[in-house]
Structures are given as structure tokens and as C-alpha cells.
Design a protein around this ligand. Structure first.
Ligand SMILES: [Zn+2]
Length: 467
């Protein structure tokens, strides 16, 4: 029921919806320093104020939770469904070609600009779904609450603040991912580790190694400087490693000291198999050089054995595992800094539902200890799993199928989403399977037809779940 009415309503409001998205996307809501009453700085709270003004204009009752989160309620009945979206954005970054990051433009059916797809566009689409239900007079017996956060990109402390004082709705959807439904999110074991050792001046030796910028990013670049080796030998060994790995080595310097820059391909730590880890390739190269025996050179060989090239499932650490519903464990060696007497590094592992302290954290801890490496902690983030066979999930898949004509299905992600800590929450839209919105990159865009589709599907889901 209501499908034609909903479709017509959303199509008729296409321009209004885009105008509202642009209004929000013109505000740079990247997190900045705390100001009194603005926990994440000026930008996020301005975006929040703008979104609340829109929700109020459309007749929803609004609430502001100390500028961490704002909400818009469809009615004052018992709450049945929460829709969780966010208004903060990642930094603009460089390399934009279509428009300036905070000057959204429509081009060839796409809306370009920071936040258009992550997550202001989907947030407004959800607001229009609520408008459609309200203005079409679709009868509902429960409430829907749109929850707009302002700190999703920097740790989700916004919704921690909100859920400290408000209970979860029985069901929560978040348009901050892909359609159809993401009901499983892997757990995470991401840790820093350190070692200290006796400095040794025997040649040839490594002066320093430096790789990685963030714990959740596979490094596309890695650097080392070495002393006492012939550069022809390094070039020759490097060429062989390049043949095996595809990672390139730029070698510079003269006399005794040579600098090696490894150039691979960075990627998100939850999908390490999609990148070329420059750090692993660099360690492979270093471990094949005739370095003088020292605590440091032994440690370099150990690291290369613990995190060998292309071992993105933790095989060498003895923690490779998989299960039917959540797939294989992934392992990304993401950071390393080493000098002549100390080392610190980090890895990021995404663990399937079968992963736990006994079969992931403890074995790594033991392996590291045997190489003289200290793990900072053993705390794991548990996985998130909402069973597929509930009325809730069936309703979501059914609405998706009816509006898109595509088969609905549930899937698993290695990345954590906004709903990771909610009991009965799933990511649902807003983009269609296969669309890469360049979220977090330059030229981020949303496909306008997908935003409209999201609004229609959400309106139907509200109608069905709150009937
Ligand atoms: Zn997001």
C-alpha cells in the first residue's frame, strides 16, 4: 500500500530535498576544538541548528541534547523506530575537481560536495520520508525518531551521550552505508605494541624505519634508511621484491647512507587485501639484506615473519579463522616506527563472530612476547549481529525489493558503522550496491536518484513498521 503516493510525493519534492541537502552541505561541519556549548566546535553545531530549523519548519517536534545530537519526532506515540544519521563530515582534503568541497553542485544526476553522501544527503532523505508519511496522512500507531549526530567520524561520542539518557528504540536503521541491509559487523582487535633493545653500531645496519599514518589505514608508503650497504645490492634485491609484490622502491643517497621509499597502495584496514602494504614489502626487502646480526636486525626479521607480505588473514600469527556468517578474519599491519634502540607499531584486525580473546588476542600476545615485543592491551571490540529472520529485517528487505526490483539480502562488513553498539540496529542504505560515492575522498558525490529512492524506501518502511 501507498507505494504510488509515496513515489509521487518524493518525486514532486525532488528540488526541495536537494535544496535542503545543499543548505547543510554548505556548512563545513568537520570536528574542531571544543567551545562552550559546542562539544565538537562551531561547524557541527551550526549544521545541527540548520537541520533542526528544517525539521521544525516541516512540523516535527525537535529536541536538542546539548548540541551532541538533535532529534525530530514524527508524533508523540510510543517509539518504535529510530533512524540514525549524522551531520559531521571528514576534512575536505585536497584534489577536488568538480566543485569546491563546501559548494555543492548538481552534475549529470549526481550531487557533488563533502557530506552529500556521508551523511547529510541520506539524513535529509530520511527527513523527507517522515515528511511524506506525515503529509500524505499515512496512519501510524507508533513514533519514528530521526536522530542526528555530530561526531560519527571521530568516535561516536555523540550517541554515547544521547543513549546515556535515552533508551534504544525497539528497532534502529541507519542510512550511513549501503542497501540492502548490513546486519553483521565484525569485531575488532586493534593494538599498539612496543619493543626496546640494545643499540648496535655494527654495519650494515638500519638507522630508522617509518610507516603509516593511522591505525585503521594500510600504509601505501614506507621509509627506511640504511647504512653500510652497496646501493646496487639494494636495487637488485628491491627489484626482486617488486616482482613479487608490485610495491616499488625508490632508492636515494650516497656514500654510506641510503634512503629507501617503498610505494604501494593504501586502503582501509578492514579490507587489507585490496591494497599493497608498503610496510610489509619494505620489511621483506630489509630482511633479505645482509644486515649485521643485532637485536634490531633480529627484530626486523621477526616482524617480517609475523606480518609477511600478503598475509592479510593473520596466518603467520596463527589466528586465521572464518565462519559462515561473517567470513574471514583480516589483519592489517598499519604502523611502524623504529630507531636504533626502540620500536613502536600498530595493527588492526577485524575479527569474525567466532573470534574471541582466547583465539585472537592471547595467541598474538604469546607470539609477540617470544620476540620481545610488548602488546599494549588485549581489549577487543565485540562483533555486532542482528539475526536475519526477524520481522524487522524481513520488512526492510521487502521494501527494498518492492521499490528497486532488486533481490534483497543481508551482508557483513569489516568496518564498524554507527549502529555497532545497538542491540537491534542495522545499516540500511543510502547508496545502492556497487556505487562508490568516494566517501572521505575528493569529489564525494551522491547519486540523486539513489537519495530519492532512499527517501521512498524509508517512507514505506515507516508505514510498514509503524502501521
Ligand atoms: Zn558516515
Amino acid at each position: 500500500m501507498y507505494k504510488e503516493k509515496i513515489e509521487k510525493y518524493i518525486e514532486d519534492h525532488r528540488q526541495d530535498m536537494l535544496d535542503d541537502i545543499c543548505l547543510l552541505c554548505r556548512i563545513n561541519s568537520e570536528r574542531s576544538a571544543y567551545q562552550e556549548g559546542k562539544p565538537f566546535g562551531d561547524g557541527p553545531s551550526r549544521a545541527l541548528a540548520q537541520a533542526m530549523a528544517l525539521a521544525e519548519k516541516y512540523g516535527f517536534s525537535i529536541n536538542n541534547y546539548d548540541n551532541y545530537v538533535a532529534t525530530a519526532d514524527l508524533n508523540d506515540k510510543e517509539r518504535r523506530l529510530d533512524i540514525l544519521a549524522h551531520l559531521d563530515v571528514v576534512p575536505a582534503g585536497d584534489g577536488w575537481t568538480v566543485t569546491e568541497p563546501f559548494e555543492p553542485v548538481e552534475r549529470d544526476g549526481k550531487l557533488y560536495g563533502r557530506g552529500t553522501s556521508d551523511d547529510k544527503g541520506p539524513a535529509v532523505a530520511a527527513l523527507y520520508a517522515m515528511r511524506a508519511v506525515k503529509e500524505l496522512g499515512i496512519p501510524v500507531s507508533g513514533n519514528v525518531r530521526l536522530i542526528l549526530g555530530t561526531d560519527e567520524e571521530c568516535g561516536s561520542s555523540d550517541i554515547d551521550h544521547y543513549y546515556d539518557v535515552e533508551p534504544e528504540a525497539p528497532m534502529t536503521v541507519s542510512p550511513d552505508g549501503h542497501f540492502p541491509v548490513t546486519n553483521i559487523e565484525k569485531g575488532r582487535f586493534a593494538q599498539q605494541f612496543t619493543a626496546e633493545f640494545e643499540a648496535d653500531t655494527a654495519l650494515p645496519r638500519v638507522h630508522c624505519i617509518k610507516a603509516g599514518t593511522k591505525i585503521n589505514v594500510v600504509p601505501g608508503r614506507a621509509f627506511a634508511s640504511v647504512e653500510g650497504l652497496d646501493d646496487d645490492l639494494i636495487r637488485e634485491t628491491g627489484a626482486k621484491v617488486t616482482e613479487e609484490t608490485g610495491v616499488l622502491f625508490e632508492i636515494q643517497g650516497m656514500n654510506q647512507t641510503l634512503e629507501i621509499n617503498a610505494v604501494g597502495e593504501g586502503t582501509h584496514a578492514s579490507t587489507p587485501e585490496e591494497g599493497k602494504n608498503a610496510l610489509s614489502a619494505l620489511l621483506l626487502l630489509l630482511s633479505r639484506l645482509p644486515l649485521a646480526d643485532s637485536p634490531q636486525s633480529r627484530l626486523i626479521r621477526s616482524l617480517s615473519e609475523l606480518f609477511p607480505w600478503n598475509d592479510t588473514e593473520g596466518g603467520a600469527l596463527g589466528i586465521n579463522m572464518k565462519d559462515e556468517i561473517s567470513g574471514a578474519l583480516t589483519m592489517a599491519f598499519s604502523m611502524l616506527e623504529m630507531d636504533e634502540s626502540s620500536m613502536s607499531g600498530a595493527f588492526d584486525s577485524r575479527t569474525p563472530i567466532c573470534g574471541n580473546k582466547e583465539n585472537v588476542a592471547d595467541p598474538i600476545c604469546r607470539k609477540f612476547a617470544s620476540c620481545g615485543i610488548t602488546l599494549e592491551g588485549s581489549e577487543m571490540t565485540p562483533p555486532h549481529y542482528v539475526k536475519e529472520d526477524s520481522e524487522f529485517i524481513k520488512t526492510l528487505l521487502d521494501a527494498y525489493e518492492r521499490y528497486t526490483g532488486q533481490k534483497g539480502y543481508c551482508s557483513c562488513t569489516g568496518g564498524g558503522t554507527y549502529v555497532h553498539s545497538l542491540k537491534n540496529g542495522v545499516a540500511y542504505g543510502a547508496s545502492m550496491p556497487g556505487t562508490d560515492n568516494r566517501m572521505h575522498g575528493a569529489d564525494e558525490f551522491a547519486v540523486i536518484d539513489e537519495l530519492l529512492m532512499c527517501a521512498k524506501i524509508y517512507a514505506q518502511v515507516i508505514a510498514d513498521l509503524c502501521r
